[in-house]
Design a protein around this ligand. Sequence first.
Ligand SMILES: Nc1ncnc2c1ncn2[C@@H]1O[C@H](COP(=O)(O)OP(=O)(O)OP(=O)(O)O)[C@@H](O)[C@H]1O
Length: 236
Amino acid sequence: MVLPVVLSVIVDRKWYVVLSARDVGLAYGKTVALAGASVTVAEGSVVALIGASGSGKSSLLYCLAGLLTPDTGEIRFDGVLLNGLSEDDRSDLRRKDFGFVFQFAELVPELTLRQNIALPLELNRWRRSARKQRVDELLEQLDIHQQADRRPVQVSGGQAQRAAVARAIAHRPRMLFADEPTGALDSVNGAIVLESLLQLAKVNRTSVVLVTHDRAIARRADEVVEMRDGRMVGSE
Ligand SMILES: Nc1ncnc2c1ncn2[C@@H]1O[C@H](COP(=O)(O)OP(=O)(O)OP(=O)(O)O)[C@@H](O)[C@H]1O
């Protein structure tokens, strides 16, 4: 009975929790940003964190991504407690398994789009030929091949943000963290960036945590988690 076994492995994999936060608390001095926030991300799924300004979305995203250490609670990636890792191990994890897209592309201004996209591949020691092939493929997929040799100031905001998406996903990370990735764009360019991000994540089977205050964007996610006052709505 090989088939049922294979099927059950596929089903288990689909619901495998790749990342989770449990009862996470974080304060900046006297300001409480997170007050017992909990969320789980199934492998290959897109989770949108939505909520009013100041509700703690970005703080939770940064804790999930290992960029901030929570004061209390647990963050686990692949079952491993992030708070228990050394700073070196956490930065290894971010380099290999995580990708980031922020509201403003935050590309390196001195480098061309092509060089920006190649950065995570260099950091992960991809061979030159594999690097070139992957960067060319992404430039085509994101329709920015004609701007490949320009620097960020020489392209439009939408093109720069598409390059930022390419850079975030280039090394095929298991997790992509996106903080208002379309927040600085008009609706047409915002839609192009969002579609590219979701499509590339799907192709690479990358799980996504997406912070947005826009319900129309959140509707594209597999799961929408609403935050208020540093925790999930309905969790009081
Ligand atoms: N570096 C910081 N220093 C002090 N307080 C901070 C800092 N970052 C965030 N805060 C505060 O923590 C709370 C949560 O902020 P956070 O940025 O996580 O919310 P958010 O939901 O992402 O907001 P927005 O949608 O406006 O980006 C807010 O009260 C905010 O003012």
